[in-house]
Design a protein around this ligand. Structure first.
Ligand code: NAP
Length: 506
């Protein structure tokens, strides 16, 4: 691929997960078909292609965790498993005829804004290059598995896997297995590994808050109803949205302590019902406020921990040795395999070290004091670059699909604006971006993620929350409904040299 001398692409999209797929669908809807979606893997699906560990499923009900414009009346369960969601994404690609837009096996290693041309120049690992007028970065916050940098990890002679880079060839039957971590991935994989493993050691650095999942199949009668009578499916979708938004949203945003206490009591009662042994129960009691880390939903995690082949070690893993795991309390256990359910590099993504804006400035340098973007999407000095589900757009309680669709309203409107005659580039005004960041950080300062007495992947090394949205989700929908040109420095033509006065906002 060498398209540098050819006509630039109108839009280059990086990442073929849910965000990249919706970008292609929505841009095609406004008549833009000169789009290429670059994907380093050999298939689409993003999170739902990579997270194939046993038990991987969505913890948001499927009728909400699907696109509003592509309903699926046939979801088989309340909470669908990974394979069904991946199939759904593939079905969307087929239905909207997008296959021709994907460039698989193309890892974009460098993106640099060419100021005189007003274009992005991209290079791939395979040595290809191309230019694009608009760059949409859609790799999402949970695409880089994080394995802790533990001493001795290279000396360990057994199998090491991460939940987001699963090794399907390894047979866990009869093995001594260590699971490191007790987050959303761990509570799904532990109940699946427990019946297979001879011994299962769960390393818990901090105990999660867990509430019932109440997963169940959706029977043929209901599926028939949803197919024949779409308002019934829509009503279910609206009910799920409202329930999630109104029940947990105010707690996470630090606006309803009474409800937080009530939910903590309900979660404690659930723990009592599921765990008879008081000693184990005490180990599983969180020492921070509900909502500070993601509230987990599970029907089978606690029961799995009560099985005789399972041991919960209430400590961090501090090192590995040739055939054992050493914990922070000094314990050492012989194991055959270590499963890292240790999450993702979300607060400081490595792609920021590959994107150069005006004057060659790296995005990682612009984010030296913490990642931030206007409406989670645009960064001063990086014209015509749109991040999807960028900084401060993640949720702890509702569907990310809703956020992705909201973000796309904004990006599609912006691309439509850039298509107007004489418009070259848009670069978010620094004062606008800084004001937005101050607002978000001020709002997050009183949210449970900051005040609840825990650390989490929501916070970066400095303790700054660079990942979560700070308001109810419908506010995000409203704020991203339209692109306002007045928030941007708008430059005309194909050159950034001739500045034209910013047009009035729309
Ligand atoms: P995570 O929430 O970041 O959890 C990582 C876990 O690893 C934490 O329990 C952490 O402990 C632990 N850990 C890290 N280093 C450790 C060490 N040295 N020793 C012991 N424990 C260690 O990662 P995740 O479970 O993969 O989930 C990440 C996010 O992905 C979720 O919050 C959610 O947004 C998403 N997700 C969603 C689903 C779904 O169903 N939709 C499923 C999986 C994941 P501390 O808690 O003490 O830091």
């Amino acid at each position: 691929m060498d398209q540098t001398t050819a006509r630039p692409l109108r839009v280059a999209v990086i990442g073929a997960g849910a965000s990249g797929i919706v970008t292609a669908i929505k841009l095609r809807e406004i008549g833009i078909s000169d789009i290429a979606v670059f994907e380093k893997a050999t298939d689409l699906g993003g999170t739902w292609r990579d997270n194939i560990y046993p038990g991987a499923a969505c913890d948001i009900p499927s009728h909400l965790y699907s696109f509003s414009f592509a309903p699926n009346p046939g979801w088989s369960r309340a909470y669908s498993a990974q394979a069904e969601i991946e199939q759904y994404l593939q079905a969307c690609v087929d239905r909207f005829g997008l296959a021709g837009h994907f460039r698989f096996g193309q890892d974009v290693t460098d993106a640099a804004f060419d100021e005189p041309a007003g274009r992005w120049r991209l290079r791939t690992a395979a040595g290809g290059s191309l230019t694009a007028r608009v760059l949409v970065w859609a790799t999402g916050p949970l695409s880089e598995p994080l394995v802790p940098d533990l001493p001795g990890i290279d000396d360990f002679g057994g199998r090491v896997v991460h939940t987001a880079a699963w090794d399907g060839t390894y047979d866990f039957r009869g093995q001594r297995v260590a699971v490191v971590g007790t987050g959303a991935s761990a509570v799904q994989v532990v109940p699946e590994l427990q019946p297979l493993a001879a011994e299962l050691v769960v390393y818990q650095r901090s105990a999660p808050w867990i509430v019932p999942r109440n997963d169940r199949p959706i029977g043929p009668g209901r599926r028939w109803l949803y197919r024949r009578f779409p308002p019934a499916r829509l009503a279910v979708r609206a009910w799920i949205y409202l329930r999630l938004e109104l029940l947990l949203g105010p707690v996470l945003l630090g606006r309803d302590e009474r409800r937080q206490r009530l939910l903590e009591k309900l979660a404690a009662a659930y723990r009592r019902r599921q765990i008879a042994d008081p000693a184990l129960r005490a180990v599983l009691e969180p020492d921070y406020r509900l909502g500070c880390k993601r509230v987990l939903v599970s029907d089978d995690y606690y029961p799995a921990l009560t099985r005789p082949n399972v041991e919960v070690v209430p400590a961090a893993v501090s090192r590995l040795r040739a055939s054992s795991v050493v914990d922070a309390l000094g314990g050492e256990r012989e194991v055959d395999a270590v499963v890292f359910a240790t999450g993702f590099r979300a607060a400081e993504p490595s792609f920021a070290g590959r994107v150069h804006g005006v004057g060659g400035q790296l995005l990682s340098a612009a984010w030296q004091t913490g990642m931030t973007a206007y409406l989670g999407s645009t960064v001063p000095g990086f014209p015509n670059l749109f991040l999807l589900i960028g900084p401060n757009t993640t949720l702890g309680h509702n569907s990310m699909v809703y956020m992705i669709e909201s973000h796309l309203n904004y990006v599609v409107d912006a691309v439509g604006f850039l298509d107007r005659p004489g418009i070259g580039t848009v670069d978010v005004r620094r004062d606008v971006a800084e004001r937005f960041d101050r607002r978000v950080q001020a709002e997050l300062a009183t949210a449970t993620w900051a005040t609840g007495g825990c650390t989490s992947w929501y916070l970066d090394r400095r303790g700054r929350n660079t990942t979560m949205w700070s308001r109810p989700t419908y506010r995000f929908r409203r704020e991203t409904r339209r692109f306002h040109a007045a928030d941007y420095v708008v430059r005309s033509g194909a050159t950034t040299a001739s500045a034209s006065p910013p047009p009035a906002g729309r």
